[in-house]
Design a protein around this ligand. Structure first.
Ligand SMILES: Cc1ncc(COP(=O)(O)O)c(C=O)c1O
Length: 438
């Protein structure tokens, strides 16, 4: 090329969760039965939506206006419905103009970072859902700035360390919180969230709370939203229907922008998000029409509660299978539908292996580990070849700790229990296979 066409930070834009699928497809074609624990799509994993939700969508499919463009920010009635829902909690007050729809929350995440000045940084948690770290690192053209979630403290961050990072780096303009967390399945305490709001207030930052899982909270965890505690700080709540309805194929998510008028720079930023949206015309129309119909139906609350009860019981079941393994820290999830296991620092080494079922599978796995990937990638590849369990390495969530993420989504009880029994057996076997002395 005559001039440089690849931007700095482009290397940040890998999506390891999807890459694992390519490897798994190869292993599957060699006859290994797969347990797809890699991706957070409940429908793909076999969850059936209730008929009453399908009936609402079917009826909308007969309405001609469902095929039209919608307003740039989204359908007014739907935005009014969502604003009213937030206002009724008694915290931050918004109106329909504070809400913008996107083609999935992933799209919104990209736009939120994309519209920031490249010099304005958002400090993100580690581990973090990769779309955020890729988006933030991509916009700044450099590595992400992170604050640690500590598995030894139930994945709560050290607020003093976060405050120090913010104080030491004047480029930090915002703090990202993912609550409940992906990949951790953690639900932050009210004290933690209020502490983060206090840091934002002290240093004149804005907040981004990814709340796509906010109604999937269980096990007695608090369900505190940004809008409940934000006070007069500027912030954005990111929400969507992919996980909650669940309807990931709708490609429908939205931003609720809080206290935009409190700061002239924040109004300009919010306006730039709206102007960028204008260039795209609008987001998916039909799901937006469905939102008030589904969410105001008396059966919806019960539907979401039922799902939470299911995840609560699977979280207990899976955590109990994994938490007694020496060398691995597991926190029982209390939100979303992921569980992350963390290996003790320095535990894994590159002599560890698991038995593989055939010469062909061995060839694939040995090719994958030849470039000496991070130690938890090596574990994930051997786990894949040996058991067919498709998990995601923790280091791929912009994290220095070694570990793995699995989901609570397998609906077939026997299959799920079998998968996690095999995982629980494979971990000590893998660790014991080391030919180095520990
Ligand atoms: C924390 C988080 N935010 C955003 C998204 C993107 O969701 P959507 O399907 O609306 O693009 C996901 C999807 O897994 C997620 O886990």
């Amino acid at each position: 090329m005559r001039s440089k066409i690849v931007r700095e930070g482009a290397g940040e834009l890998r999506y390891v969760i999807r890459e694992i699928v390519e490897h798994a497809n190869r292993i599957q074609s060699l006859g290994v039965d797969m347990a797809w624990e890699n991706i957070g799509d409940p429908v793909h994993k076999g969850e059936q939506l209730p008929d009453w939700i399908k009936d609402i969508v079917a009826e909308l499919a007969h309405d001609n206006s469902s095929y039209a463009y919608s307003a740039t920010k989204g359908i007014l009635k739907t935005r009014e419905f969502l604003a009213q829902r937030t206002n009724s909690r008694g915290g931050v007050q918004i109106n329909a103009e504070d809400i913008i729809f996107y083609n999935g929350l992933g799209d919104a995440v990209a736009k939120v970072y994309g519209q920031l000045a490249p010099t304005a940084r958002v400090i993100v948690p580690t581990p973090v859902y990769t779309t955020h770290s890729s988006g933030e690192g991509g916009h700044a053209g450099t590595k992400t700035l992170t604050y640690e979630l500590d598995p030894a403290r139930g994945w709560e961050p050290d607020l003093d360390a976060l405050r120090k990072s913010v104080a030491d780096n004047p480029a930090i303009a915002g703090i990202l919180v993912i609550n409940p967390g992906n990949p951790t399945g953690t639900v932050h305490s009210k004290e933690t969230l209020e502490g983060i709001v206090a840091i934002a207030r002290e240093f004149d930052l804005f907040l981004i709370f990814d709340e796509i899982y906010i109604n999937l909270v269980y096990g007695g965890a608090p369900s505190v939203r940004l809008g409940d505690i934000i006070g007069d700080v500027c912030g954005i709540s990111m929400q969507g229907i992919s996980k909650e309805v669940p309807w990931p194929g709708s490609r429908c998510g939205w931003l609720e922008i809080y206290n935009q008028k409190k700061d002239p720079a924040f109004v300009r930023y919010a306006t730039s998000l709206f102007e960028a949206k204008m260039l795209e015309v609008c987001s998916t129309t039909l799901p937006q029409k469905a939102i008030p119909l589904i969410m105001s139906d008396p059966r919806y609350k019960e539907h979401v509660q039922r799902r939470c009860a299911i995840f609560a019981s699977r979280a207990k079941e899976i955590a109990s299978k994994l938490s007694s393994i020496t060398g691995v820290t597991v926190n029982e999830p209390r939100g979303a539908f992921y569980l992350t296991g963390v290996f003790d620092p320095g535990l894994l080494d590159n002599t560890m292996t698991l038995p593989l079922p055939s010469k062909e599978v061995r060839q694939v796995i040995e090719d994958l580990v030849k470039p000496n990937p991070p130690a938890d990638h090596r574990f994930i590849y051997y786990l894949l070849g040996s058991t067919g369990i498709v998990a995601v390495p923790l280091t791929s969530f912009d994290c220095k700790r070694q570990g793995f993420r699995v989901t609570l989504l397998e609906g077939d009880d026997i299959r799920r229990q079998n998968t996690f029994d095999r995982l629980a057996n494979a971990i000590p076997q893998y660790i014991a296979s080391s030919t180095l002395k520990h």
